[in-house]
Design a protein. Structure first.
Lengths: 131, 459
C-alpha cells in the first residue's frame, strides 16, 4: 500500500521535525529514518526531501551547517531550533486531533470496510511519539 | 587484476557522477551548494546499494532514479527559492570560496577607486580652486578626475602590461595639457567646444583600457559599446537614487533648522557624481552575464517609435512644403542622428549575426533612411542660407563636422544593412563597420579639442 502524495506532503513537516528532534541529522539519514519508521510505506522521492528541508530552514524551524562526514565528504547537517520544537508540538497536537477524530468515526465502521492489507503496522501516531 | 577492475569501476562511477552533477548545475533554481548536498545523498545511496551487492553502475542508476525526476525537483526548488529565478547580483552562497574572495577583492578595488575619484575632484579645492569660483576649470577637467581611475580599474582587472596602458595614460596627460595650457578667451566658443569634446575623445582611452588586448578585434570593441550603454543606464539609475537621497537629506535637515545645501553642492554632488562612474562600471562588469543587457531592450522599444515620429515629420515637411525654418537646427539634427545611431548600434550589438533578416531589420533600415532624409532636409535648408549669413564660426564648423561624420556613418550602415536584407552580405560586415567607425568620433573630438582653439584664435 502506498500513501498518497497529498498525505505525504502534509505529513512531511512534522515527520522531518520529529526526526530532527531525536537528533541532528542529514538528508540521507532522515530518509532512512522515515523508511524505517514507516515500515517502507512512506515512498518519498529522495530529492523532494531537500526543498522541504530548505523551506523549514527558511521558516527558522531548523538550522543548517556544513560539516564533514566520516568519509571525509562535505555534508549538510540540520538541527531543530526552539521555534521548530514549538512548531512540532503544534503540528503534533493537530495530527493527534485528526487521528482521534478518524479513530472515533472508524470504530463504528470496522465491520463495513473491506480488509486492507498492512493496516496493522505500525499503529497511527507512533511516528510522533518520540517527541 | 582485481584492483585494476575496481579502479576502472571507480573512475567510471566518478565520471557518471560528474556528468550528473554538470547536468544538475545547469538548472537555474538549483544552486551549486544544493547540488553538493544532493551529490552527498547520491553517493551515500550508491554506497548502501553497493554494499547490498549491486555493481557501481547499477547502483548509480538506481540511486539517480530514487532522487527523482529532475524537472519536478527543479520545480520544487524553484517554488521554495522563487528569488533564484530573478538573477541576483549579490554575492550568492552558490559561488565557491575562491570565486567569492575574487568578487570581494573586485568590489574592494572598485569602492577604493570610487573614493579616490571623489577625493580627486575635491583635491583642487586644497589649492584654492573652489567649485563655485572656478567652474570652468572643473568643466575642463571633469573627465580627467574619473576616467584615469576607471581606466586604472580595467588595467588592474585585465592585468594589462605597460604596452597597453601607456596609450590611455598618454592620452590623459595630453588632454590635461591641452585643456589647461591653452589661453582660451574665458567661456568663448572654442573653450566650450573643448569642454564638450574632451570627454568624448577620452572615452576612447577608457575603451582601450577596457578592451585591452581585444581592442583590435570586432568582439572586443563591441563589448566596449555594450559596456558603455549599460554604464550609462546604471549611472542614470544611481543618479536617480542619489536625487532621492538628496531630497530626503535636504528635507530632514531643513526640519532640524540646518541648511544642508552647501554640503550637498560642494561635497555630495561632485563626489557622488565622480564615484558613481566607477561604481556603475563595477556593477556592469559584475553583472555581465547575470542580467540581460538593458540598452538593446530600450533600443528595440524605441526604434519603431522613432521611425514613426521621423516618417510623420518628413510627411509634414512634404505636405506643408515649408522646409526647415529655424536656423540653429544643426545641433538638434546632430543629436537626432546620434540617437538614431545609438538605436542602430545597440540593436546591432544584441542581434545574433547568424539569424536571417526579419521585420525588425526592415524597421531598422526605415529608421536610418528616414533620419538621413530628415538630416538632408536640414542641411539643404542651411546650405540655402549660407550665402547670406552662414559664417564659419567654431560652433558651426564643429556641428557641421559632426553632422558629416554621422551622415557618412549612417549612410554606410544603411548601405550594408540593405545589402544584408537582400542577401548580398553577412550581418557581420555591418557589425565590423559599426565598431571600426567609432574611433573616428574620438579622433574628431580630439581635433576639436586640439586644433580648433588655435585655428580660431581661442575665441
Amino acid at each position: 500500500m502506498d500513501i498518497n502524495k497529498d498525505l505525504i506532503a502534509a505529513s512531511s513537516t512534522p515527520m522531518v521535525l520529529a526526526i530532527l528532534a531525536e537528533e541532528d541529522s542529514y538528508g540521507y539519514a532522515i530518509l532512512k529514518r522515515v523508511q524505517e519508521a514507516s515500515g517502507g510505506r512512506m515512498a518519498w522521492t529522495d530529492g523532494m526531501l531537500y526543498p522541504v528541508l530548505h523551506r523549514l530552514e527558511r521558516l527558522g524551524y531548523v538550522k543548517a551547517r556544513w560539516g564533514t562526514a566520516e568519509s571525509g565528504r562535505k555534508r549538510k547537517y540540520y538541527k531543530i531550533t526552539a521555534q521548530g520544537k514549538t512548531q512540532l508540538a503544534e503540528e503534533r497536537s493537530q495530527w493527534q486531533a485528526v487521528d482521534a477524530t478518524l479513530r472515533g468515526i472508524w470504530q463504528g465502521l470496522v465491520a463495513v470496510l473491506p480488509d486492507v492489507r498492512g493496516v496493522s503496522l505500525p499503529p497511527p501516531g507512533q511516528l510522533l511519539q518520540g517527541v | 587484476m582485481g584492483t585494476v577492475n575496481a579502479d576502472s569501476a571507480v573512475t567510471q562511477l566518478e565520471e557518471l557522477i560528474g556528468g550528473w552533477r554538470n547536468y544538475l548545475n545547469k538548472r537555474q533554481a538549483i544552486h551549486t551548494v544544493d547540488v553538493a548536498e544532493l551529490e552527498d545523498h547520491l553517493r551515500e545511496q550508491i554506497a548502501a546499494l553497493s554494499k547490498a551487492g549491486l555493481a557501481p553502475d547499477e547502483a548509480f542508476l538506481v540511486a539517480v532514479k530514487r532522487i527523482g525526476n529532475l524537472d519536478t525537483l527543479s520545480r520544487e526548488f524553484a517554488r521554495e527559492h522563487a528569488d533564484r529565478l530573478w538573477k541576483q547580483l549579490v554575492l550568492s552562497s552558490s559561488d565557491s570560496a575562491a570565486q567569492q574572495s575574487a568578487l570581494r577583492t573586485d568590489a574592494a578595488v572598485a569602492v577604493g577607486l570610487a573614493v579616490a575619484a571623489a577625493a580627486a575632484i575635491k583635491a583642487p579645492a586644497l589649492f584654492g580652486l573652489q567649485l563655485d569660483t572656478h567652474a570652468i576649470f572643473y568643466a575642463h577637467n571633469v573627465a580627467l578626475f574619473v576616467f584615469p581611475l576607471l581606466a586604472g580599474y580595467f588595467v588592474w582587472k585585465r592585468k594589462l602590461g605597460p604596452r597597453l596602458w601607456l596609450w590611455p595614460a598618454a592620452a590623459f596627460v595630453a588632454a590635461a595639457v591641452f585643456a589647461n595650457a591653452y589661453p582660451f578667451k574665458t567661456e568663448g566658443s572654442t573653450e566650450i567646444l573643448s569642454v564638450l569634446h574632451a570627454p568624448i575623445a577620452l572615452w576612447l582611452a577608457v575603451g582601450i583600457a577596457y578592451a585591452g588586448t581585444r581592442w583590435n578585434q570586432v568582439a572586443g570593441r563591441m563589448d566596449f559599446i555594450r559596456f558603455s550603454g549599460e554604464l550609462f543606464i546604471y549611472y542614470v539609475l544611481i543618479a536617480l537614487g542619489g536625487g532621492v537621497l538628496t531630497a530626503f537629506m535636504l528635507m530632514m535637515f531643513m526640519a532640524a533648522g540646518v541648511n544642508a545645501e552647501p554640503f550637498f553642492e560642494s561635497w555630495l554632488l561632485p563626489c557622488g557624481a565622480m564615484g558613481a562612474v566607477v561604481i556603475a562600471a563595477w556593477l556592469v562588469e559584475a553583472k555581465q552575464g547575470v542580467i540581460e543587457n538593458m540598452a538593446p531592450v530600450l533600443a528595440r522599444i524605441f526604434t519603431p517609435l522613432f521611425a514613426a515620429v521621423l516618417i510623420v515629420f518628413l510627411g509634414t515637411l512634404l505636405v506643408t512644403g515649408k522646409g526647415i525654418v529655424q536656423r540653429e537646427v544643426l545641433i538638434a539634427f546632430d543629436l537626432l542622428l546620434a540617437v538614431v545611431l545609438g538605436l542602430l548600434l545597440y540593436s546591432v550589438s544584441a542581434r545574433d549575426s547568424n539569424a536571417p533578416p526579419n521585420i525588425y531589420d526592415v524597421l531598422q533600415v526605415v529608421l536610418v533612411i528616414a533620419a538621413l532624409a530628415a538630416d538632408a532636409a536640414a542641411l539643404w535648408a542651411i546650405a540655402a542660407r549660407t550665402s547670406d549669413e552662414f559664417g564659419f564660426t567654431p560652433n558651426r564648423v564643429a556641428a557641421l563636422g559632426l553632422n558629416v561624420l554621422l551622415l557618412v556613418h549612417l549612410a554606410w550602415s544603411a548601405l550594408l544593412y540593405v545589402g544584408f536584407l537582400r542577401g548580398k552580405g553577412p550581418f557581420a560586415r555591418l557589425e565590423k563597420q559599426q565598431t571600426d567607425y567609432l574611433p573616428v568620433y574620438a579622433l574628431w573630438a580630439a581635433i576639436v579639442v586640439i586644433v580648433f582653439p588655435p585655428a580660431f584664435g581661442f575665441i
